[in-house]
Structures are given as C-alpha cells and as structure tokens.
Design a protein around this ligand. Structure first.
Ligand SMILES: NC(=O)c1ccc[n+]([C@@H]2O[C@H](COP(=O)([O-])OP(=O)(O)OC[C@H]3O[C@@H](n4cnc5c(N)ncnc54)[C@H](OP(=O)(O)O)[C@@H]3O)[C@@H](O)[C@H]2O)c1
Length: 251
C-alpha cells in the first residue's frame, strides 16, 4: 500500500515537472494578437527606423501614448500622419537621454535602435544610457531588441561568420547586461535574420526561450510581439529569440 502510494506520488511529481518544462517553453505565439490593455506612456528609441516605426504603429493600434526619441536629422517619413510625440536628441549623448526620460514619466521604454555608422560600440553606449536613466526615472518595463549571436546565443550563430560579428555582439552584450542589471523589468528580443514579406502575406512570428534557436523573422512580426509584451507577465525578465517558421532561413 505504502509502495503504491509512493509510486503514485512520484508519478504525480514527475508529471508536474514535465508540465513545468512545457510551461517554460510556451511563449507568445503566432496567434497572439496585440492585446489592448491599460494605455501606457511609451518612449521608443529608434522609432523612426524600419523596425521602430512598425513598433510605433503596433503600440498606437493597442491604444498607447507613444513618444519617439529622434535626432533632429532623422527622416520622419515612416511616421507621417501618426499621432506621436517627439523628443529630440542623440542617444550616444547621455545628457540627451537623461533629459528625454526626465521630461515625462514613461511607463515603458523600447530600444529598437540600429547602428549609426560603423561604430559598433554604439550598442554598448546606447544600451547603457537607456538602462541607467530608465532605472533612475522609475520606468516599469524596458524592451530591448538585440541580435542572435549575443551572450549565450553565440553557438546559435553560424560559426563561419561569427568572427566578423564578434565586436558587434560584444557591444550588444554590454547593452543587454546594462538592461538586465538595471533592476527594471526587462524583455530582450533577439533576431537573427530579418526578412520582410509583402504586407498581404500573414506573419507567424513567435518568441521562444531557447537561446539556440536561429531563424528568420519579419519586422512586422517583431513589432506585434513587442506590443504583446507590454505588461505581459510571461515577458518579464526574459530573453527571447524571435522566429517565424513560415520564412526561409538564410544561414
Ligand atoms: N539580422 C538582420 O538581418 C538585421 C538586419 C538589419 C538590422 N538588424 C537589427 O534590427 C534592429 C533595427 O534595425 P532597423 O532595420 O530598424 O534599423 P534602421 O532602419 O537603420 O533604424 C535605426 C534607428 O535608430 C536610430 N538611430 C541611430 N543612431 C541614433 C542616434 N545616435 N541617436 C538616436 N537615434 C539613432 C535611427 O535614426 P536616424 O534616422 O537618425 O539614423 C533609426 O530610427 C537593430 O537591432 C539591428 O541591429 C538586424
């Protein structure tokens, strides 16, 4: 009787562990629509760029109040006719980042920056400034777009191209670590290959916890997933890789 009971308890325990494992691998999937929740004040770095502007659109569609951090020289055409606020500055200048983040109390900050020029240290400097002032100004959630190849995802990156990318990934790792160490609830979303199918082709982007995953994803998909992570408990303090299995992978 005791033996049977022990067996049943062990089996239940095993089932719970398996279930926990499954739950851990469940992520925001392709079907997850942008959730309309509490409107948040959101600051987007890189919001005028190819990825950032799609994120801005997804955030506006979800009812958020969006401010774009922008250089005076930035091309604003991707944001034409959108109801957004602007704050001007250069992210590599810490005083500009501080001023932008002290001007308004932002709930969420999103970093969708792309490198300006050839200087790879850009990602270390920008990530460090953003993380520091997000923490200092009481930001509640920080979402950073990063690259597969960074940190523990080194092995996922094609080895023949890794050496050429090493300095970039090191700079991105510094940025990621600044975000993780800031104490602000963070979500890091890494992409490997960006491919943008025509607008009428549905995207099936999803986020996975597995840092060995390498695949393609569209900016449209990344934008939807970013908006889906606002206030989403399963995105808290997570590093994700974003992939869309319907897109071909170029290694
Ligand atoms: N894996 C891939 O295939 C792949 C390919 C491309 C990009 N990516 C990654 O995807 C992400 C976004 O790329 P994207 O294509 O959207 O880039 P993008 O179109 O070049 O946009 C970059 C954005 O960052 C802004 N920015 C650059 N330097 C700045 C500065 N000093 N101060 C303030 N803003 C600045 C740009 O503004 P300005 O107009 O003023 O420059 C622009 O809004 C990046 O993390 C990038 O590394 C991956």
């Amino acid at each position: 009787m005791v033996k049977t009971l022990n067996f049943l308890i062990r089996r239940k325990l095993l089932a719970s562990i398996v279930l926990l494992g499954v739950a851990r691998s469940i992520t925001l999937g392709a079907a997850a629509a942008t959730k309309v929740g509490t409107p948040r004040k959101i600051l987007v770095f890189g919001g005028s760029g190819q990825l950032g502007s799609q994120i801005v659109r997804a955030l506006l569609a979800a009812g958020h109040d969006v401010t774009v951090f922008i250089r005076p020289t930035s091309d604003r055409s991707r944001l034409a006719n959108l109801t957004v606020h602007y704050v001007e500055g250069d992210v590599t200048v810490e005083a500009d980042v501080r001023r932008a983040m002290q001007a308004t109390r932002f709930d969420v900050v999103i970093d969708a920056l792309g490198r300006s020029g050839a200087n790879v240290s850009f990602f270390a400097v920008s990530g460090t400034h953003i993380a520091k002032w997000a923490a200092a100004t009481g930001v509640r959630q920080l979402i950073l777009h990063s690259s597969v190849g960074t940190g523990q995802s080194k092995d996922a990156y094609p080895s023949e191209r890794y050496v050429a990318m090493r300095a970039l990934f090191a700079a991105k790792e510094t940025g990621e670590n600044a975000v993780i160490g800031s104490g602000v609830t963070y979500t890091i979303i890494r992409n490997a290959v960006l491919r943008d199918p025509p607008d009428d082709v549905p995207e099936r982007a999803r986020l996975v916890n597995d840092q060995h995953v390498y695949g393609s994803v569209s900016r449209r998909g990344l934008a939807r997933l970013t908006a889906s992570c606002i206030d989403e408990p399963s995105c808290r303090n997570e590093i994700f890789h974003a992939i869309d299995d319907t897109l071909p992978v170029l290694r």
